[in-house]
Each structure stands twice: as structure tokens, then as C-alpha cells.
Design a binder for this molecule. Structure first.
Ligand code: ADP
Ligand code: MG
Length: 339
């Protein structure tokens, strides 16, 4: 029998990082989710070279205290849950305490962070899991995280990255989706020093739709709303005159988290049956709210998929909400009642 070895923390962390941090967009997603969890209402995201060269996320959230900052880089260190029971009522985007240690395991990460109670902030630089610097620093309240040398110690992963423009495009799409589902937060996104996108943070999804697409698109949207007991579906869907050739412009959030869900997409598309030609899809922002105990977010390494209980019921609610909105535009005739 071969011998069994317990891997060192360092090795375990590098392996775990492979699941959470697949490409630059994974880093952006984790950092922005942390900013949202920290209560930020302004999040500035700047990438260089498609996010392969550098990623910086700056927020005006609650910051991390000096004593907690080193802890934030330890695996399974989180301020968001305390016990397994808390997993049933998660209302934060993070809870596994994996993102920061994973990013710091495969890149060079610099953090400057300050809590409102302190005059000074704290600065740490970590590369490949090794702390290179830690010192007090003057900085605004909130958190700045800068990531460089991404995948420098995992050449296989680096080799699998696509072109800068493809990786940058994936990041832009993620930022747009997060901005669309968090209209009260102002997102600013720049690439190679040039501002690409800015959402106003007005709280109005239509304003974000106008920033992501254009005013014409925002004007082609219909509001949807449906609620049954503790399940709520809201958001915006496009009139059938406006359609796209991919499902990419369908943004779905469950309890404030961007997710990919074939069944939710299908429920939406089903409602357009007969209204869109084959291989055309709507633009939509669907916000779904469920009691936290009806959803399991702990089924996917990057939490991009969630498990829903009673999925068919949710699908019916979505299809019904979308059909009603489309009917009100007069495009789908009211069902004719038999005399
Ligand atoms: P998780 O989000 O699952 O808790 P992370 O590794 O992403 O794990 O972050 C670890 C901890 O660091 C968080 O629980 C939080 O307390 C703190 N943290 C990370 N990013 C920020 C931020 N931008 N602002 C405030 N606190 C943060
Ligand atoms: Mg996190």
C-alpha cells in the first residue's frame, strides 16, 4: 500500500485555490462580493491587461481592523458565519473564508484597509502565501486590494487563460451583472486606465440598464413582479421587439447573488414562446428572493450555482410574472374565455 501523507497547509491552500480561483474574473467576483458584504456603496474596479496583469478593487465599506487583517488571509477564517447552523440562514455572499487566502496563494496581493474607529489603516503584502510586508498605513476608511503576478506559481493555470480581451470581457460581464442586481451601489469599472462603465448607484435598475446598454434598451424594458407566500420574483424583462442572439444578457440573482441557472432561464424563455424567433433571447434582470433555508449556496466552488428546493414552483411564478408583463403591452392576447 502506498503511504498516505497529510499535505502541508501551504500545499492544501494552493490546491483549494485552484477550485475557487479559476481565472481573473474569479478574483474580481470574490473581491467585489467582499466589498458588497462590507456594506460598500461605491466600488471601484480597475484591471490591466484583461485582469491577467493586475486587478484592483477599492471600496468604501467597513474595512478590516489591524488585528483581523492577518486572520482574513487564513483559510476558513470568516466574520460571516460561526457555526454550521448559520449555513441555513446565510445573508452574505461569502461565508467560507476561502477567497483571500486562495488569491494570496496564487498571486501577489497587497491590501490597505481601515476601519472608521481608527485613524490609521493597515497594509499587508502577501505573495504565494508568504507575508512580505505588514505595517500601519494612512488610508481612507474601506479596503483597497491590489492583485498582481496572477498564477505566477501555477503555470498550467496561466497557460489556460484566454486572450486579454476575452478575460477582460468576462470581467466586464461580471461587473455589469453585479451592478444590475445591486442598483444602490455605484460601480466604476476601468480597463488599462480607461473608464469603461459607471453605474449611478441611484437604486433604480433602469438607470443601471441604461448604463450597461443604452437609454433605448432601458426604455424597452417591462417591470415584472410576482409574490407567493415567501417567494418573490421581481425585475425587468425586454419587450419582444428587443432580443439578442445569446442568453448572455439574462441576469439572474437569487437572494442578491448572481447565479447561473438553466431552469430559471428556461422559465423566462418559455414565457416568450411564440413571441421570439428561434435562437433569439430576451434581455432581463431577474431578482429572486427566497427564505434562506430554501436554498443551498454551498454546492459549487465559486457559488455560481445554487440548489433550490421547489424549483418547479419557482419556474411557474417566473413564467407567470413574465407572461403577465408581456400581456400588458398588448402583444400577447388575453386568454379568451369560452362563453
Ligand atoms: P468570506 O468572504 O467567505 O468570509 P474571504 O476570504 O473572502 O472570506 O474574506 C475573509 C474575511 O475578510 C471576511 O469574512 C471579512 O471579514 C474580511 N474582508 C474581506 N474583504 C473585505 C472588505 N473588502 N471589506 C471588509 N472586510 C473584508
Ligand atoms: Mg469572500
Amino acid at each position: 500500500m502506498p503511504r498516505i501523507y497529510l499535505l502541508s497547509e501551504h500545499t492544501a491552500c494552493r490546491i483549494a485555490a485552484g477550485e475557487v480561483i479559476e481565472r481573473p474574473v474569479s478574483i474580481v467576483k470574490e473581491l467585489v462580493e467582499n466589498s458588497l458584504d462590507a456594506g460598500a456603496n461605491i466600488i471601484n474596479i480597475a484591471i490591466t491587461g484583461g485582469g491577467i496583469e493586475a486587478i484592483e478593487v477599492v471600496d468604501n465599506g467597513c474595512g478590516i481592523s489591524q488585528e483581523d487583517t492577518p486572520l482574513a488571509f487564513q483559510r476558513h477564517a470568516t466574520s460571516k458565519i460561526k457555526s454550521i447552523a448559520d449555513l441555513n440562514c446565510i445573508n452574505t455572499l461569502g461565508f467560507r473564508g476561502e477567497a483571500l487566502p486562495s488569491i494570496a496563494a496564487v498571486a501577489r496581493l497587497s491590501i490597505k484597509t481601515r476601519v472608521p474607529e481608527n485613524n490609521m489603516g493597515y497594509h499587508m503584502v502577501i505573495k504565494g502565501g508568504q507575508v512580505l510586508r505588514k505595517e500601519p498605513v494612512g488610508c481612507p476608511v474601506g479596503t483597497l486590494i491590489n492583485v498582481q503576478d496572477i498564477f505566477y506559481n501555477t503555470p498550467a493555470r496561466r497557460k489556460h487563460l484566454k486572450s486579454k480581451s476575452t478575460e477582460g470581457g468576462l470581467i466586464a460581464d461580471m461587473v455589469y451583472k453585479m451592478a444590475l442586481i445591486r442598483p444602490q451601489t455605484r460601480f466604476i469599472f476601468s480597463h488599462n486606465g480607461r473608464e469603461i462603465f459607471r453605474s449611478p448607484g441611484s437604486g433604480n435598475t433602469l438607470d443601471v440598464l441604461a448604463s450597461v446598454y443604452d437609454v433605448r434598451t432601458a426604455n424597452m424594458m417591462l417591470a415584472i413582479n410576482n409574490q407567493e407566500q415567501d417567494i418573490k420574483v421581481e425585475g425587468y424583462i425586454s419587450k419582444p421587439e428587443l432580443s439578442r442572439s445569446t442568453r448572455q444578457q439574462i441576469t439572474v440573482a437569487v437572494n442578491g447573488r448572481v447565479v447561473r441557472s438553466r431552469s430559471i432561464n428556461n422559465a423566462l424563455i418559455e414565457a416568450y414562446r411564440g413571441k421570439l424567433t428561434a435562437a433569439r433571447y430576451p434581455v432581463a434582470v431577474l431578482l429572486i428572493w427566497l427564505p434562506p433555508d430554501k436554498i443551498d449556496v454551498n454546492v459549487h466552488p465559486a457559488k455560481m450555482e445554487v440548489k433550490l428546493s421547489n424549483e418547479e414552483h419557482l419556474q411557474l411564478l417566473i413564467t407567470d410574472a413574465v407572461r403577465r408583463a408581456l400581456r400588458e403591452t398588448g402583444l400577447i392576447p388575453h386568454p379568451v374565455k369560452m362563453p
